[in-house]
Design a protein around this ligand. Structure first.
Ligand code: C2E
Ligand code: MG
Ligand code: MG
Ligand code: MG
Length: 280
């Protein structure tokens, strides 16, 4: 009986695991070619200043148009890219492309505030990360003050010896540093003391279906107040409804981002949006 069960379990799990491993290897192989084949693309999601209602920034979000699988979301391939360190060339490309796009908008007289780029822990832990960023900025001709780098708490948790120097060097040149998905990691507050940043992005799970009563509302209110005490900007991620917007606005949150305002947009569509609302 036990043997039967064992065999059954074996049959049940082995093919599924193989399938997953094979799939992963195939994605890894395709990802190696994705850059040179120009299958990667950036979409841009506006960030809205909640006092003026104007677009005050954009977050660059990577998209992969796979030749046979179609669009693959970043959650499916970024972790693989991190494991095999392909995130280094990919991340480098993302930074360059986002900075070039920001500069194109600036030169067209379309003011858009800051360009935010997500940075993986693997990238940020590279010894020369800050220097790479400065090289990319100067190639694009972009003012460091208009770049914002979004790190997750995992970056600070890993905290290699280059973490604090990278952070400090970047900030000393005016690059804005934001902590992404805030509230989903561990003991966030102690990290803020060791690794100072400019901005907190409250994770969308806290914003979703928020109501005036309940634990979420207390948490969000507390995070906003705490951030302001520490002189940090606060962005609410994943704002989908008018109610969620009202809630964060009433509590003094600085910026909002989410489907309520706009989904991430291809650069051409984002340009149209800027032409309509933000031209100077
Ligand atoms: P993130 O940086 O926290 O980005 C926010 C994610 O939430 C994006 O998903 C965005 O499309 C989605 N989102 C925005 N507003 C709403 C909303 O109102 N409702 C809902 N349900 N979702 C919303 P996306 O583009 O699939 O990216 C997922 C994650 O992948 C990002 O989370 C980020 O961690 C990572 N990622 C994306 N692009 C890059 C990149 O260029 N480099 C690195 N290292 N990571 C990236
Ligand atoms: Mg982000
Ligand atoms: Mg986030
Ligand atoms: Mg996220």
């Amino acid at each position: 009986q036990a043997k039967d069960m064992g065999r059954h379990t074996y049959r049940f799990f082995k093919p599924a695991m193989n399938e997953k491993a094979v799939e992963r290897l195939s994605i890894e192989a395709d990802l190696r070619r994705a850059l040179e084949r120009e299958e990667l693309e950036l979409h841009y999601q506006p960030k809205i200043d909640l006092t003026t209602g104007l677009t005050c920034g954009a977050e660059a979000l990577i998209r992969w148009n796979h030749p046979t699988r179609g669009w693959i979301p970043p959650a499916q391939f970024i972790p693989i890219a991190e494991d095999c360190r392909l995130i280094l060339p990919i991340g480098e490309w993302v930074l360059g492309e986002a900075c070039r796009q920001a500069q194109r908008w600036a030169e067209a007289g379309l003011w858009f505030g800051t360009m935010a780029v997500n940075v993986s822990a693997v990238q940020f832990c590279e010894l020369n990360f800050a220097q790479r960023v400065f090289a990319i900025l100067s190639q694009a001709g972009m003012d460091p003050k208009r770049l914002e780098l979004e790190l997750t708490e995992s970056v600070l948790m890993k905290g290699t010896e280059s973490t604090a120097p990278n952070l400090q060097t970047l900030r000393s040149e005016g690059v804005q540093m934001a902590l992404d998905d805030f509230g989903t990691g561990y003991s966030s507050l102690s990290y803020l003391e060791r690794f100072p940043v400019d901005c907190l992005k409250i994770d969308q799970s806290f914003i979703r279906q928020i109501s005036a009563v309940g634990a979420k509302s207390t948490l969000v209110t507390t995070i906003i107040n705490m951030a302001h005490t520490l002189k940090l900007r606060v962005v609410a991620e994943g704002v989908e409804t008018k109610e969620e917007l009202q809630f964060i606005k009433n509590r003094g949150c600085d910026e909002g981002q989410g489907y309520y305002f706009s989904r991430p947009l291809p650069s051409s569509v984002f340009t149209q949006r800027l032409l309509l609302s933000n031209s100077v």
